[in-house]
Design a protein around this ligand. Structure first.
Ligand code: FAD
Length: 453
């Protein structure tokens, strides 16, 4: 009996979802499944790192959804501390190194899943390797940050980069009693929002005691011996006992690109909607892959666990004879910094203009509950629509508890290309402890529709 071999590179969201589903659909007598993972963990939840650092979650074990041992018990040959060095697509082989033994070997595959994730951006500035400077990409990174906070008891931290990971890490450090300065090169934090909405985030962060330094770039890490002491910028220098990098990521597609597997303009591996790459027998899933944006029709690279899990599923089905499709993305994302929740979907006003849409936008202020109900908190919603068709192109939300998840209503409308007038008429729920009678999404859609009619 000839047993096919599926090789997976990367043992987290994309790779393990694909491997686990393939195993559920094919037993070991039909398909051997080998997963190579450079690190020591599998199926860990990077998304939980800020909450572990902030001590909202106390036990790091809960951040591992399934250990290598649990995967092995389910029939997967999981090889942690094994790094794939090259892919030979002609011979259908991977060359890998056992990082503990220091030995190198080759292994044949029938199908290969590349799920190598993303690579965090690191500024090329002097002193970046100082002790006390942390990236937060892997669980090991998260453990290292937490250890530093527990043991070194820093007074001042600088978070470089105002994307969602920077914001979540800022919150984590505030929770631990650290004075935080957020340094951002752009004129606003959260550049995935329009400037007016980003300004609300900056104001709210300042109200919470976070120092927000905008339009300023880090130019170096100042040290005493090996240890970080501060951050030099093109403005004033900042004092710091620790620095966290939150500068975003790029697709981790180098291994694939070196093998001649086509990579697109975003740096992500090009796939069709079955997640097959252009190289026979090779599939891709997760942050390493390029995505199709359903509103602009353009390729994008958006590193999110939501996409990695869904794509892993599509690959797991398709490598075992299924016909699953990944339908693309619309850029839906939520986050929170201290009491402020942030949501976005589709296109911002600036993105819509950039993509060539003649768009209109309206912003409303409302509350998360009936205004008289205790705990009612402010929420601002901005919606963007195409002028001619009235189609909802995108929405952004900044508000207090109960605000961000409302973005999902808008996401469904954007996905289905609904006109804003129809969104304004949706039968959304209402009860005073949970919503005003006009849900903020309805108000924003109505105001946008009025600009069109
Ligand atoms: C701090 C933080 C917070 C986040 N919060 C959210 C959130 O709230 N919501 C959300 O949707 N997403 C969030 N994300 C993003 C989410 O974690 C990622 O999108 C998701 O993990 C991507 O899964 P992946 O399998 O593509 O890549 P990864 O999870 O990066 O896994 C890739 C794996 O491949 C391994 N690997 C790479 N190259 C090799 C090689 N050559 N050989 C062997 N192994 C290799 C790596 O060690 C890694 O374990 C967050 C990420 C971080 C870092």
């Amino acid at each position: 009996v000839v047993v096919d071999r599926l090789v997976v590179i990367g043992g987290d969201a994309g790779g393990m979802t694909a491997a686990s589903l393939a195993r559920r659909r094919r037993d070991a007598a039909e398909l051997e499944i080998v997963v190579f993972e450079r690190g020591g963990f599998t199926s860990y939840v990077a998304c939980g790192i800020p909450y572990f650092v902030g001590d909202v979650v106390h036990d790091p074990d809960v951040l591992v959804a399934r250990t290598p041992e649990e995967h092995r018990r389910r029939g997967l040959d999981v090889r942690t501390h094994h790094e794939v060095l090259t892919i030979d697509v002609a011979a259908r082989e991977v060359q890998f190194r056992d990082l503990h033994a220091g030995t190198e070997h080759r292994l044949h595959y029938d199908d290969l899943v590349v799920a190598t994730g993303a690579v965090p951006r690191r500024p090329d500035i002097p002193g970046i390797d100082a002790e006390g400077v942390f990236g937060v990409q892997t669980l090991d990174d998260g453990m290292a940050v937490r250890r530093w906070v527990d043991e070194e008891r820093p007074t001042n931290a600088v978070v470089i980069g105002g994307g969602y990971i920077g914001l979540e890490m800022a919150e984590a450090l505030v929770r631990r009693g650290v004075h935080v300065t957020l340094l951002e090169q752009a004129p606003q934090p959260m550049t995935t929002l329009d400037p007016d909405m980003g300004a609300l985030v900056a104001a709210a962060m300042r109200d919470m005691g976070i120092e927000v330094v905008l339009e300023t770039a880090a130019t170096g890490i100042e040290r005493v011996g090996r240890r970080v002491r501060g951050v030099a910028t093109d403005g004033a220098a900042l004092v710091a006992d620790m620095v966290v990098l939150g500068l975003g990521v790029k697709p981790g597609s180098e291994l694939a690109a070196a093998a001649g597997i086509p990579v697109g303009e975003t740096g992500g591996i090009v796939t069709d909607d079955r997640m097959a790459t252009r190289t026979p027998g090779v599939w891709a899933a997760g942050d390493c892959a390029e995505l199709h944006h359903r509103v602009t029709g353009r390729p994008v690279a958006i590193a999110l666990g939501t996409h990695a899990n869904k794509q892993g599923r599509v690959v797991g089905l398709n490598v075992t004879g299924g016909g699953a499709l990944f339908p693309g993305v619309i850029g839906t994302a939520i986050t929170k910094v201290c009491e402020i929740e942030i949501g976005r979907t589709g296109l911002t006003e600036s993105e819509a203009a950039e993509a060539g849409f003649d768009a209109v936008a309206a912003t409303i202020e409302s509350t998360t509950r009936a205004s008289y109900y205790p705990g009612a908190a402010p929420v601002t919603v901005k919606t963007v629509a195409e002028r001619d068709s009235g189609r909802l192109l995108g929405a952004q939300i900044v508000g207090r508890e109960g605000a961000a998840k409302r973005i999902d209503t808008a996401a469904v409308a954007v996905w289905n290309e609904m006109p804003v007038a129809d969104v304004a008429a949706l039968d959304l729920s209402y009860a005073p402890p949970l919503s005003p009678v006009w849900d903020p999404i309805l108000l924003a859609a109505r105001k946008t529709a009025e600009l069109i009619s």
